[in-house]
Ligand binder design. Sequence first.
Ligand SMILES: [Zn+2]
Length: 131
Amino acid sequence: MVAKEETELVRGMHRIFMAGLPGYGHWTTDGDLGLAITGTKSQGVSAHIAREKNPCLVCHEFAHRVLVGEGEQKPNYRRTVDPTDMRTQRQQLEEEGVTFFGGLADRRLRVSNRMLREALKAASPPPSEPA
Ligand SMILES: [Zn+2]
C-alpha cells in the first residue's frame, strides 16, 4: 500500500480489522466504522473497501461484514480481490450464521461503534509515538 493512502480513517480501519473485528458471524456498518475512527460517518470507508484498482488485502477479509444503514447489504457490493466470487454480502454472512429479518442483519450480531472505538483504543500505539 502506498503511504499516502494511509489516512487516519484507513489506518483506523486496518487496526480494527487486524484486531479481528467484526469477528466471524458478526457485522458492522460503514457509518459505525467512520464514527468510531473519525467521529463522523465518513464516505471514505466504503470507497476504500470497494476500490477495484489495487484492492486492499487487509480490508478484503472483512468487506462482507461491513453493511450499510441499519444492517442492509450494499446495493453494488462486489468482491474486489476475487471478482469471480459472485456471492452477495448476505450470502456470505448467512454462511457465517447471520440471519436476516426483512432485509436487515440480526442486530444482536452487530458490532457497535462503541465496541469498535474500544478495539481501536486498545490497538492504537501510545500517544507518545510519533504519528
Ligand atoms: Zn484497507
